[in-house]
Design a binder for this molecule. Sequence first.
Ligand code: PHE
Length: 466
Amino acid sequence: MTRATWRTRLGFVLAAVGSAVGLGNIWRFPWLTATNGGAAFLLLYVLVIVLVGVPGLLGEMVIGRRSRRNPVGAFGELGGRPWRVLGGVALFASVVVLSFYSVVGGWILRYTAASATGAYFGAPQQYFAAIDFGVGAAAFHALFLLATVAVVYAGVDRGIELATTVMVPGIVVLFGGLAVWAWTLPGSAGGYEFYLSLDVAYLRANFFDVLVAAAGQALFTLSVGAGAMLTYASYIDEDRSLAADGTIIAVLNTGIGVLAGLVIFPLLFSLGVSPGEGGPGALFVGLAGAFADLPYSRVVGVVFFGVVLLAALSSAISIFEVLVAYLVDEHDITRARATAGVGGLFLLTGSLAALSPGLFALLADTIANLALTAGLLGFLLFVGWVLGPAAIDEYRTGAGTVARMTGRPWYYTVAVVLPLFLAFTLVSGLGGVLGVPVTAPQAAAIAALGVVVAIALVRHRVDTAV
Ligand code: PHE
């Protein structure tokens, strides 16, 4: 069986942007920004995207294109059987992310419909509380999943590429329009103030907490750590510059994310809703409640949630594809059967998350960040210390002069600097989850030790392997 490929360069870039732009930008980002000091968070988030997210994304793309396999097959092919375990981490992270993601996708679907009828206008808070978890939430999650299944079933080029080529420009145009419109609303100035003016004192006092939150969010928004970008990159050709494509993807994703903030914060402030009411319901209660008071509220609601729905779908597709690619490549079953099987799995895990707020919060708040961080950490140690110089070759393949020159600095960044940083956020994050608060210097020391030991072990394996 010949392996699928993208039809056009733009097709790959748009699909990858579609993966990156999603609920992470629109639902998770404003909620985290609001609870982590506004512009302080924005600043660190953008920095982490540039310094960590982009090199990390390129690491995933290098593995994907070099191996032309799903995550499990990729590590096995490039490093030998034992390394398939890293692919297992990617599959695990994918299951974690999509299990809660499709529940939120179901909420969005419901709000798109409810905007048309004005169902939540009277009492937004009560409306959300009535639909967030339970059998209804599970049903809407299943509908959202069904739409995801339909696109993935149609295939890489005819399904994913075609769908995202339509969705992504649609998202940009509609959000651009909404941002301009939000700017015209009276009282929106407070939103820009909160979102864009930096509170240095806050940043100083909370630097490490904000940094850890920003790091998790930067990985989440770029879709790295779960093998989604690895899988998408496995469908591209040698003649593309990974560095150029990766940069375009990150710039578009961050741009659309910032744009979403320019819609959401002015809107909230113009209606006197505090963005500080954190939690996963922030977007729904705050924003949906705000819509009710606006002229043309139904149209605004349908357009807004409709765009978010497209963005969520194009991300869900990419996570779903990780598992489908694994089944198709490694177990030689047809795409149709693989899609049905994976759909069944998510029907189950997503329903559990839709029925249990505790499970949902655990997945969305903590396990997702930890799994993505652990995943990326493993991928980059692999790139740095198993692939080694071959990674630079792959990075340079198809690249222009400028991109070729960045090969070596990129390599040292992913082999040494990023593992230290990721291990640091992982240790800090784990400390928080386990209820053993670690100070920043302690986390740094543990992380450094862990990375040194891991590298020594990896090198030992590689050197003694026959
Ligand atoms: N990047 C997506 C978003 O921001 C979520 C995602 C995470 C997709 C991990 C794939 C893998 O919504």
